[in-house]
Every structure is written in C-alpha cells, then in structure tokens.
Design a protein around this ligand. Structure first.
Ligand code: ATP
Ligand code: MG
Length: 722
C-alpha cells in the first residue's frame, strides 16, 4: 500500500490514526463520548478496503442499531470515494445472527425459511405450553416466563444451563422443563425468537468446529461499536468468532466507553469491555482524550457529572472548541410540563428564525410518555418533528387501544375501534365468535356494537361468549350515558378501569408494561386541556395526520436510550426531576447500580450536544387533577457551577427566585452532596427530600403529592397543605 497517507487518514489525530492503522492484532479503543470512536471504526474499514487487505465480505462489523449500520455504510462509501460493493456482514448482532441462521439453520434443526416470532407470538406460545403442563396460567403468567427466558438467553443459557434457583422460581420448579418444552415447540414450528438469533449460532459454532474455522478464515477483520453494551450472549458469540488458535491472526477491534453503558437493565455487561485485555492477550489499548463534538461547557458539565459514579475506569477529556460566545449549559425551571413544552417550542422557533436547521435539534426524554406534550405543542405550532426509534405517542399500541374505547363510546358505529378492543383485554371472545358477530352485522347492515346488542338475544353464540358480549354492551351503554355529564377525563379513566384494560397491563410482567401504564396516565392527562372527549378525539386525528417524512427538516424527539452514538447542535433535556430522572423504577430495582446507570444516561444525554444543551425541570405535574410537586433531579446538583447557567423564570408564579433554585442549589454547598455514593445514599436521599420539601413542595396551596413513576402507579406520599 502507498506511502503517502490517503486523504481519509489526514484528518485524524495521532491516537486515532494509531487505532486505524494497527490492523493486525486485537485493539481496544476505550474513550469518552465524542472522541471519534465510531469515526475510527469507519475509517478503519475504509483503510482495510482501500489498501486491499480484505474484500467487503471479509469484514464483520457490529453496530448497535440498524440505523447506525446504514450510516456507517454511507460514510465508508464516502471515504473510499465510491460505492462499496455490499458489506454483507455489517449490521447489528441480530441481523448478522439471522444471516448466519439462514445459511446454517439446519444445524440447529431449522430450515432456511424459519420464521422469527415477535413478543406477542412468543407469549401466546408459552401460554399454550404452560396450559399443556396443566398449570394455571393466571398463577404463572406467560408474559413473566417469556421475560425469564429472554433473560436467560441474554446470558447465553439454554435449558440445561440455568441456575437451580432460577429454575425453581417459576411454576414450582418446572422452569427448566417449560423452557425445554418451549424450545422443542419452536423447533417443531420451524421458528425462533430474538434470543435464538444469538443462541443458535453459538451452539452451531460450538458443535461444528469446522464451520467455525471456516468463519475464522472468512472474517479477516472484526469490528464492534458500543462494546460497553454487549450482553453475555453477544460476548460469547463474538469470542467464538474472534478468538483464534495460537498463530492465527486475531484482528479484532472493539470500541466503547464504560461511562455510556446504559443497557444493564437488558442484560448488558459492562465488564465485557474490562475483560478485553484478558480475552485477547497483547491487545493494544488506545485511549482517545480529545473530544471533537462539544463545547468546553458541555463537556465540562458532563465530565463532572459522571465523576459522581464510583464504578468507573475514569478518563480525561478535553476539547479545543473554546469560543467566548459559547453558552454554558442552561438549566431552566418550568411550572409544569405544559409550560416546559411551550418554552422549548419558543426556543426552537427562535433558533429557526436565526436560521438553524431543525435537523440539528433534538429533544431527549427519559420516558416515552414525556413525548406527548412536545408532539402536541409542535403540531399546534406547525413545527416539523419526527419521533426516532419508536412510534409517535398516539401511535403506541396502548394508546391506540385506549383511543379505540373512547372512539367507540363517542361513535358507536366505529367498527374498526370495536374490532380492536372486543377481545382486548381477553374476554374469551375467540375468532369464531367475532366472525359470527361480523357476519350477523354485515347481513343486517348494522354497526357491530349494535349487532352485539342484538345477537346476545339469539342463540348464534355459545353461552360463554354471549355472557362476555352482554357485559361489553352493558359497559358501553353505561359509558355512553355518562358522556354528557361526567367530566371527560374522569370518564376516560373509568372506561380504562372498568373495561379491565388498565389491569391488563398491571398484570403484565414484561419490561414494557410499566412504560405503557405511564403512557396511559399521560393520555388521560393530555385530555385535560380539551372541553370534551369528542374535541380530544378530533385533535388526535389532526396530530396523526401531521406528515412524517424522512426527508423533511424536522426536530427529533427520542428517548435518551435511543440517542446513543448520535449528535445534535442543540439538545433539550426535559424532565430532570427526582422519580423521573433518575427514574424511580431504576432506584427501586437497581439500588446504587441503578442510580449509576441513570447517571450514565444523563452523561449520554448531555454529550449528544455540540453547541447548546438546555436542561429543564418542572416543579409540578398535574395528575388526576391533583397538583403533585416534584423535586429537581439530584443530577442538577451534580453539575459544576462553572459550566452551568441557571435561568430564572420571568413568570409571576413566584417561588423560584426566593428560596430559590439558583441560590441554594448551586451557590451554596449542598449539605447532602456526595452522600449518594455512600452505602446509605438512599437514607440520605430521604433526609434530603425532607429537608428540601419546604422549599419545593406545595407552592400552589393545593394538597401536594409527591410522585414517582413506579410500576403500580405513582409511589406517592401525600403531604398536607401548609
Ligand atoms: P460516542 O461516544 O458518542 O459514540 P464517538 O467517540 O463515537 O462518540 P464520533 O461520533 O466518532 O465519536 O465523533 C464525534 C464527532 O467528532 C463527529 O462529528 C466526528 O466526525 C468528529 N470527529 C472525530 N474525530 C475527528 C477528527 N480527528 N477531526 C475532526 N472531527 C472529528
Ligand atoms: Mg460512537
């Protein structure tokens, strides 16, 4: 290869260049946010290709999301100046797993046209298996067991490998049997679940050393981005492919940042990154310390915040981006989330007037229910936005279900709504009954709800279905009669309670269920600003009609989790309140480790910003018509004063300035600072809440309830008004 450095190497700093040019042997790039880790990987691939060391098909490159994979392909093409002829092995662990299984599935008993089951399919299947065992599936919910299986698969454990205690924990010790039965059933269906996309290749490689050897020869270079968030199964998979017998080249390059490990709750093991040097003796470890992304203030704020975590490797970061015009990280207070959304909307409009591109602006939320307020506001303003990494608020499954109930109450002829909810939650109305009802309605040209009212008096249905349908009809009649005279938010809540819909999610043990319950609460809240249920439904149809076009210039709204690896000129971080961020659930379930993961998430959030980072907290959330006062996030206390501006609201609400935020929380030493990292942090936090309550609680004179966002609704405490 040529002596003169190709263009793509010219812009790199010496450490980056070292990481790119050390193509032989294992390399670990361990470095903070924005230091160019992903850029190193991309450039490395370009270098491998254009120096002719390997064909595109000989490179295995793993990204965290499909979107990141697409971007990486585009960038490589730009670097090597021309289209890259495919990169078949560049993708996520899952997409690469699918590809391997399509080729070698028969070695795991699958034919190449196997199907991949989604979560709903999986739960249905497990339920059948639980019932077939003669177990009560109410006592031993399928969803819960599906979650356990997923957890085992994340750890790379098959039925034979699961720990005794785990196996005992479900169905009186039948956990292992059920797991094995589930795997057998999958095989007979020629199907696999997501976990299998890793598990099967692992066992195929373990049982077929010759095949593994073939892949060792094929993959001359292996690269992994976001290595800190690999789970055990991914780690095992990777080690099988990357660890070669003595004397064979081990050209593996992993990049990551222990401070950005944010998927522990899904089984990611940050230890994998720490083990790299043991797994690959002689590995070259490259540290990158120069951040190219953010201003000094943004970097300073994030770096200081993360020092509050104990379990970390620690690293230095600096930036040359120092401009006297750079603003500090802004902390803003708002009265409630409506004001928060309004103010953020105004700021964005102002940026727009200054000709900032909307594509460079992002709103990163901790919990998806927070998106709703922003989406509504942006629709009102006519501001383009896109929701990244998930459906828009009103498109979510649970929101559509709930809306179907509301629609049917307001418009009894809405058959689509009827069909959506008739057996959600399960009422024992199977496909046959619904089809009979459908035919009955069609024959008489009447809406299904009316037909249901009719058909229950005939003998077209089995008694059980008739009873279930009678109950549904009675429910809807009652709700319709309440439509005019009951406050519509109360009615909405009543509908979700009485229909059993809320309970359905409360009984659901999947990881998504708590978030869905939060979204349902937010849905009710969002109705408050409308006069009637009908008015609200109209509004939603307008929101849903708003265009979402990939190409248009738009503000991005997404969760902090899906913002990993991305960057924006301006980042808004709303909802920095105790209970929301850090999230109560993480604290309750994860203790100190949970808190540290939340803090890493805050670090990820701040470091997405290039030029502007605006953090918001609200002091009140109005839920169920009650003012609930929230405490500002402890993470705000952990930001360094030198890099942060606290903006005082100019509103007349009073309070903020007086005992105030800026004064007591940044200028004076916080008596409880640093106590969180001691084992007694939880107690310290309690004390602190007590100490802070007088400053923050109860400004409105209403009864004040502190709110958390736990699984079973707000974990709240009522504090009487002064
Ligand atoms: P994260 O930890 O957030 O994933 P990262 O370490 O992967 O960050 P990159 O996304 O690769 O960082 O780089 C951050 C930004 O800095 C990008 O805009 C990238 O183009 C830019 N950058 C990286 N290295 C250089 C360099 N040597 N010269 C100029 N810009 C650079
Ligand atoms: Mg990156």
């Amino acid at each position: 290869h040529g002596r003169e450095a190709p263009d793509y190497l010219a812009g790199l700093n010496p450490e980056q260049r070292d990481a790119v040019e050390t193509l032989e042997g294992p390399v670990l790039v361990l470095a903070g946010a924005g230091t160019g880790k992903t850029r190193v990987l991309t450039t490395r691939i370009a270098h491998i290709l254009s120096s002719g060391r390997a064909f595109p098909s000989q490179i295995l490159a793993v990204t965290f999301t499909n979107k990141a994979a697409r971007e990486m392909k585009d960038r490589i093409a730009r670097l090597v100046g021309g289209a890259v002829e495919g990169m078949p092995w560049l993708g996520t662990f899952h997409s690469i797993g699918v590809k391997l299984l399509r080729r070698h599935g028969e070695l795991a008993g699958l034919s190449s046209d196997f199907t991949i089951l989604d979560t709903d399919d999986v739960v249905r299947l497990i339920k059948q298996i639980i019932q077939a065992e003669g177990l009560d599936d109410k006592r031993w919910p399928a969803k819960q067991f599906a979650g356990m299986i997923d957890g085992w698969k994340n750890k790379g454990l098959g039925p034979a490998d699961i720990p005794e205690g785990d196996a005992r924990a479900f169905a009186n010790g039948k956990g292992r049997e059920l797991y094995a039965a589930y795997q057998a059933r999958l095989k007979s269906l020629n199907a696999c679940d997501f976990g299998d996309l890793l598990m099967h290749p692992i066992s195929i490689f373990k049982r077929n050393p010759d095949l593994l050897k073939e892949y060792h020869r094929r993959f001359r270079y292996i690269l992994v981005d976001e290595y800190q968030d690999t789970n055990t199964a991914q780690y095992i998979w990777l080690r099988l492919l990357a660890q070669r017998p003595q004397g064979e080249p081990q050209n593996v390059c992993c990049v990551g940042d222990d401070d950005q490990s944010i998927y522990g709750w899904r089984g990611a093991e940050v230890d994998n990154i720490l083990r790299f040097e043991k797994d690959f003796p002689g590995a070259k470890v490259v540290r990158l310390e120069r951040n190219y992304r953010s201003t000094e203030h943004i970097l300073g704020a994030a770096s200081h915040l993360i020092t509050h975590n104990e379990g970390r490797l620690g690293k230095t970061l600096f930036t040359d981006r120092r401009d006297p015009d750079d603003e500090k990280v802004q902390v803003h207070a708002a009265w409630d989330s409506e004001e928060e959304a309004r103010a953020v909307g105004e700021e964005i409009e102002q940026l727009q007037r200054q000709e900032h591109n909307l594509n460079g602006i992002a709103i990163l939320v901790r919990a998806s229910f927070q998106m709703r307020e922003f989406e509504d506001r942006f629709v009102t303003l006519g501001l383009n936005y896109r929701v990244v990494g998930g459906p828009r608020f009103y498109e979510r499954l649970e929101i559509r279900d709930a809306m179907a109930y509301f629609r049917l109450v307001c418009q009894p002829a809405d058959d689509l709504a009827f069909e959506r909810i008739i057996n959600t939650p399960k009422r024992g109305l199977g496909d046959t009954s619904v089809r009979a009802l459908h035919d009955y309605a069609r024959a008489r040209d009447m809406p299904m709800l009316a037909a249901a009212d009719d058909i229950v008096n005939s003998d077209e249905l089995k008694p059980k279905a008739r009873k279930a349908l009678t109950d549904v009809v009675t429910d809807f009649r009652r709700w319709q009669s309440l439509l005019e005279n009951t406050p519509h938010t109360d009615l909405a809540e009543q509908i979700l309670e009485e229909s059993g819909y809320t309970d359905m999610w409360k009984n659901d043990k999947s990881a998504e269920a708590p978030g869905r319950l939060e979204n349902l609460k937010e849905l009710i809240r969002s109705m408050e600003s409308f006069e009637s249920m009908r008015g609200f439904l109209e509004h939603v149809s307008l929101v849903m009609d708003a265009e979402q076009n990939e190409d248009m210039e738009a503000v991005s709204i997404m969760t902090l989790h899906s913002a990993k690896g991305l960057e924006f000129d301006t980042v808004f971080l709303p909802g920095w309140e105790e209970g929301l961020f850090p999230h109560q659930r993480s604290l309750d379930e994860g203790g100190r480790a949970g808190l540290e993961e939340e803090r890493r998430l805050a670090y990820v959030g701040i470091t997405r910003a290039k030029r502007r980072c605006h953090i918001w907290f609200v002091s009140n959330r109005r839920i169920h018509g009650l003012w609930q006062s929230t405490l500002p996030s402890r993470f705000l206390d952990e930001l360094p004063a030198a890099h942060v501006d606290v903006a005082m609201p100019e509103t007349s609400y009073g309070g903020y300035g007086r005992g105030g935020y800026g004064q007591s929380r940044f200028d004076k030493a916080d008596p409880f600072a640093n106590t969180y990292s001691t084992p007694g942090w939880k107690r310290a936090q309690e004390n602190r809440n007590d100490a802070t309550r007088n400053n923050w609680g109860n400004r409105s004179g209403h009864a004040v309830e502190r709110v958390g966002y736990g699984e079973s609704g707000p974990r709240s405490r009522t504090i009487e008004g002064e």
